[in-house]
Design a protein around this ligand. Sequence first.
Ligand code: ZN
Ligand code: ZN
Length: 426
Amino acid sequence: MKLKLIAITTLFVTTTLSSQSLKPSNTYQHFVNSTKEIFDSLVKIRRDLHMNPEISKQEKRTSKIVAKYLRDLGLEVKTNIGGNGVVGILKGGKEGKKIAWRADMDAIKTKEPDVVDFISKNEGVRHICGHDVHTTIGLGIATVLSQQKENLKGTVYFIFQPAEETFTGAKDMIEDGLFDIIEPNEIYGLHIGPGESGVINFKSNELFAYQRSLKVTFQPSANKKELENFMNDILNGFSRNPLKGSPWDIINNTTDPKIGITSKETIYRDYFFIEGTKLYKDQGTTIFSASFFETNSSNTYSIPLEIKNQILNSKYKNLFISIGYSRDNPTPINDSELTKMASKTISSFYNKEMFKPLYGQIPFFGEDFIYYQQKVPGVFFLLGGSNIEKGINSMPHTPNFAVDETTIKYGVQSFATLIFERANSK
Ligand SMILES: [Zn+2]
Ligand SMILES: [Zn+2]
């Protein structure tokens, strides 16, 4: 059956969609129409979640709403996985692939006032990372896909994760047996990014830079200033900072058309930069600490070793006690084959201007989606939520963070299509 691309919205919802004869563009048109039908109710859900935000590990109300919604759709639902985690299982009418979609649910403590009319009722807590929108998009995808249950080959798992902000929720769900309950072949998810509403960004391999904190312990030093300069010189020797010392203004720079992450000439392709250093006394020792961002994972291992070598070959050799470093942020690492396949599918139906590769790794952010990707190949996308004309800026964790709600529609229809196509693929 071929679908005509005319506005017969109500018909589409009840018309069965024969997946075998359809191209992704037709499937997309179907999901555009079914998303339109539920858009107002999704906005209501999003605003309710926004008005009732819950911090990491306290997502009781949110997870209850999610579980009830999924049950009402007829999905098999498991609750309290790794804390407040919820899983919904949608079994298609035919055999096929098993695809997981992940959405996170937690909000953040902040004293900054809300910038929208539907302000948070939970004082000091707000959704400034867009997880209210992620949860809503997840529920939207579950709705439109469950309407297509009979035509869906395979199984779709919806993972609603708690405690992303503390980077513990994914680990907790996995440790609590998530992958005993579900057996996905592929996993996908998204985060609201600073792009314009509906713009989808993708990238293979690392999405973010690696952030590391370094701590070097010395015997008490007579000349602290000299030691500090010595250590700063070592660190500066590793610097690959394309901005040559000027501050990293991520809000303006990452979205800049010339140097930003969507430009082939981006400054975010290859860098090492130091965020801050400090020298202080601690329990009879002198400590030099620094945190840095690095795009290349192998450098994150070699740099501390080289720093140690340089100290041991210097006059500070006898003062040196130890060097250690912590892993501060997890970055999604997108499977390159799946990224290729998923981007081929999306670009076959989506507006080219709104589907853009990223050429650089974003500094300052982390995402615990990587813990799923360590078990199952997957791709994590960014979905823009800004609207420059309306003054809406969706850069996560900024005080004025807000989301243009039209992006809910783009998120639901695009990723429902992707999941449907991946589940039905061979
Ligand atoms: Zn966040
Ligand atoms: Zn987030």
